[in-house]
Structure formats: structure tokens, C-alpha cells
Design a protein around this ligand. Structure first.
Ligand SMILES: Nc1ccn([C@@H]2O[C@H](COP(=O)(O)OP(=O)(O)OP(=O)(O)O)[C@@H](O)[C@H]2O)c(=O)n1
Ligand SMILES: C[C@](O)(CO)[C@H](O)COP(=O)(O)O
Length: 262
């Protein structure tokens, strides 16, 4: 198997990692001298069972581009991003779709996903170069994440916090019993909808994933394993644009949002 530049593809690394350490004075810093020390893991190894269909959800087009390409290009547009690790299903990692390379391929790496989301994240984290100090973990299923929201996450993570973007719940919430009747109304005052990217100091998230792996624990998000370890997690304002495409109707919602707010 060869990559688009004609090289041999090693088993896990489809695109070689950027040689940050071998080019001192160039990639480690941006043009204005700011550190280029943010690493991004985009998890795109899900099966999209709720959407269904032949094509992978994260490869389907939405708002003019394949879903996954949106976030790859959004994160690559940030000068502080050193590397974007895209985690693909095993079936696609050795032969990614050609459109994925419509980005700065020196800052792109493809990794292989696992059975659960947390396994996919852990695999992506393994490929972070030493220079990365701040890690962002993002769902490919959230293609329209705005940069001002990413900025809030990065700023808080750079201050040493585990951080999640979130929006308050606005509907009345009720617990429904198995027989379909309302069991009770749930107080929504302190309930928030959690989004991605979630941000972490590198050492913190590496340690947390290591502990979770040893304990064979999985979590639906990465802040969840910080909570499990008693690490405080900060909340910053999320965005409706960062919606997660979960079922078929979300494609239309995302199209509408992309037109309305661009
Ligand atoms: N083993 C897994 C499971 C999920 N994901 C990723 O985690 C994100 C959030 O998951 P979700 O929206 O639930 O996507 P799917 O798992 O693909 O959807 P479903 O649960 O309907 O199968 C997605 O970007 C998905 O590709 C992953 O990388 N590896
Ligand atoms: C990580 C996440 O996006 C936070 O809202 C979400 O939990 C991932 O989706 P899933 O359906 O829980 O896998």
C-alpha cells in the first residue's frame, strides 16, 4: 500500500507525523512566535448505526464537504495546532478517502479506531508528539464547530484545566417509566448539554486514559474519565453550531445552521 506521495504505509501511520523536533525554529512556533503546541484527536471511527445506510456517517457530505473534512480543515486553520490525528475505522485507516488530504498533510496523521469511542481516543492519543502541551478531543460527527468556541476551550486548557464546551438545557425534562407514563419532572437548573472539542493539558489526559485502560473503564466522553478520577472539569460556553449529527434529521439541521450563521 502506498500513500498519495508514493511512500510505503506503515500499519498504523498512514501519513507520517510532522518532524517537529527535527526542524527547530520552524514548526514549533507560529510566525508571530506563539507556540504551536496544540494536538487534536478527531474521532471518526464510529459505525453511525443511528443514521444507518451504506456510507459511513462521517464521510457523508454536509454543508458542501464531507463531514469529517470540515473539522480537519477548521482545526488546521489554527496556527497553534501542531498535529491533527484522525481516527478512522480499521476498514478505512489504511486507505483513507482522497479528500482527507485536502489539508496540510504535514500536520495530519491517521490512526485506527477501537470498538468504543474511548478506545478510539486512546489510540489517537498514542500518536501525540512530545511537543504537544494541550490536547483537544473532537467528534467528527460535529462538523460545524466554530473557531471562537475552540478558542474558549484552548484558553482554559492552556490554563491547566480539563474543559468542556456546553449549552444549558432549555426544555422541561421528565423521566419516563417503562410503561410510557411520566415518572417525574427532573430539575433542569444544573443540567447542560456537553459538546466537543473537549480540552486538556497533555499530561492530565494521558494519565486519565492510562488509568481508564488499566481499570477497563469506558466513558461516553473524555471529561467523564476526569470526573471518575476526581479531576475538576471546567465548563465554557458551547455553540448550537457544534451540534452532533446523530440521526438522519440532523443532516438537514446542520445544512440550515451552516447557511443561517455563515
Ligand atoms: N468506536 C467508536 C465510536 C464512535 N467514534 C466517534 O465518536 C463520535 C461520537 O459518536 P456518535 O455520534 O455516537 O457516532 P457513532 O458511534 O458513529 O454513531 P452510532 O452510535 O449511531 O453508531 C463520532 O465522531 C464517532 O465517529 C469513534 O471514533 N469510535
Ligand atoms: C462526546 C459527546 O459528543 C459529548 O456529548 C458524546 O457523548 C458522543 O456521543 P455518544 O452518542 O455518547 O457516543
Amino acid at each position: 500500500m502506498t500513500d498519495p506521495l508514493g511512500g510505503t504505509i506503515p500499519p498504523r501511520r498512514v501519513v507520517p507525523p510532522p518532524a517537529i523536533t527535527s526542524r527547530p525554529g520552524a514548526e514549533p512556533r507560529t510566525h508571530d512566535g506563539a507556540p504551536r503546541d496544540v494536538g487534536v484527536v478527531i474521532v471518526a471511527a464510529g459505525r453511525g448505526t443511528r443514521v444507518g445506510g451504506e456510507e459511513l456517517k462521517q464521510f457523508r457530505w454536509v454543508a458542501g464537504r464531507p463531514m469529517l473534512l470540515h473539522s480537519v480543515q477548521t482545526f488546521m486553520a489554527r496556527p497553534d495546532v501542531a498535529l491533527v490525528v484522525v481516527v478512522l475505522p480499521k476498514s478505512h485507516a489504511a486507505d483513507p478517502p482522497p479528500w482527507l488530504f485536502q489539508c496540510d498533510i504535514d500536520r495530519l496523521l491517521v490512526s485506527v479506531g477501537g470498538r468504543e469511542r474511548s478506545e478510539s481516543v486512546a489510540n489517537g492519543l498514542e500518536d501525540m508528539p512530545d511537543e504537544v502541551r494541550t490536547v483537544l478531543i473532537h467528534d467528527a460527527a460535529r462538523p460545524l464547530v466554530p473557531d471562537d468556541m475552540i478558542e474558549r476551550v484552548v484558553a482554559s486548557a492552556r490554563d491547566g484545566h480539563a474543559v468542556v464546551p456546553a449549552l444549558p438545557v432549555v426544555d422541561t425534562l421528565k423521566e419516563v417509566a417503562d410503561d410510557g407514563t411520566v415518572a417525574r419532572t427532573v430539575d433542569r437548573a444544573r443540567l447542560w448539554r456537553i459538546q466537543t472539542p473537549q480540552g486538556f493539558p497533555r499530561d492530565l489526559i494521558m494519565r486519565a486514559h492510562g488509568e481508564a485502560r488499566r481499570a477497563q473503564r469506558t466513558f461516553t466522553d473524555d471529561a467523564g474519565l476526569c470526573e471518575w478520577l476526581g479531576i475538576p472539569v471546567r465548563v465554557v460556553r458551547g455553540s448550537e453550531r457544534a451540534l452532533k449529527i446523530t440521526d438522519e434529521s440532523d443532516f438537514a439541521r446542520a445544512e440550515a445552521l451552516s447557511i443561517l450563521q455563515e
